[in-house]
Design a protein around this ligand. Structure first.
Ligand SMILES: [Ca+2]
Length: 83
């Protein structure tokens, strides 16, 4: 099982409100950081991929300054390889 994640919109307070994407394990401690995102970004052409059936999306924020936020799409599928 692969998990593919795509952001349709992304805008958070730069450096202070971050979205982390972690892959590789069931818990944060067992995962590696694939990306740390913040600010206003066009990510509509970028796919974030987990090669397992786990993906952690961690939003960290502070007490001041809000932006629009983010909207994401998740795709799950099984890839079949044939000779
Ligand atoms: Ca903030």
């Amino acid at each position: 099982m692969f998990i593919l994640l795509q952001f349709q919109e992304f805008e958070t307070e730069k450096s202070f409100d971050t979205v982390q994407i972690l892959v590789g394990g069931r818990t944060e401690d067992n995962s590696v950081n694939l990306a740390t995102l913040s600010g206003k970004q066009d990510l509509s052409n970028k796919l974030f991929v987990s090669a397992s059936n786990f993906m952690i999306i961690k939003f960290s924020t502070d007490a001041s300054v809000e932006r629009k936020g983010f909207r994401l799409v998740q795709y799950q599928h099984i890839l079949l390889f044939r000779d």
